[in-house]
Design a protein around this ligand. Structure first.
Ligand SMILES: Nc1ncnc2c1ncn2[C@@H]1O[C@H](COP(=O)(O)OP(=O)(O)OP(=O)(O)O)[C@@H](O)[C@H]1O
Length: 183
């Protein structure tokens, strides 16, 4: 059976986001529409103060989590999740379901999954039948999301040794997922 998803995983800081961005850029330059969201960290003076959630087309943005007590969502380490992030996740996935050739989400991790609305948006994306490229946290253990990614995904584990070799392989897997989705 052809795979529906491409899953990028690996230890923190190894290069998952860099790989995701490269492949999304390549897909776009080939004319494919990639929609979804990413969760970049925000640093001030070298110190990480939180994470944002940004739709892949750049039109929607909110805080996903902030250090300290400013947001009132669930706590993850020294951060608290910001509930406004749910609206961006939901709207970005809705747009992706309507318009994308392939859904892109970076990443599926503890902060995203502790927020009910974001988890629901991720599940809607996975269950929609659309192809997707997903960055998965190395310790992802969600009892609904992990089985879907396992059964329908081809997985790439990024390491320092392979990270420069992976972009064309991941791109090819994403193209196969898109072609499979059109059958
Ligand atoms: N192929 C590469 N060659 C050299 N440096 C790289 C490569 N890929 C990533 N890096 C560097 O490693 C750092 C972490 O990269 P990146 O943010 O992509 O990792 P990540 O696995 O997504 O991290 P996180 O787990 O925090 O989300 C960045 O400074 C990036 O520039």
């Amino acid at each position: 059976m052809p795979h529906r998803f491409v899953v990028i995983t690996g230890r923190p800081g190894v290069g998952k986001t860099t790989l995701f961005r490269k492949v999304v850029g390549e897909l776009r330059s080939m004319g494919y529409r990639v929609e979804g969201f990413a969760c970049p960290e925000v640093r001030v003076g070298g110190r990480r103060i939180g994470f944002k959630i940004v739709s892949l087309d750049g039109s929607l943005e909110a805080w996903l989590a902030k250090a300290g007590e400013e947001c009132d969502g669930p706590r993850v380490g020294r951060y608290r999740v910001c509930r406004e992030a749910e609206d961006v996740a939901r709207a970005a996935v809705e747009r992706a379901l309507r318009e994308a050739d392939i859904i892109g989400i970076d990443e599926i991790g503890p902060m995203e999954l502790k927020t009910r609305g974001i988890r629901a948006a991720i599940l809607a994306a996975l269950r929609s039948g659309k192809p997707g490229i997903y960055v998965a946290h190395a310790r992802l253990s969600d009892i609904e999301i992990l089985p879907l990614l396992k059964s329908e995904g081809v997985w790439f584990t990024v390491t320092v040794e392979n990270r420069d070799l992976l972009p064309p392989k991941v791109l090819e897997a994403a193209l196969e997922a898109i072609r499979g989705g059109r059958r």
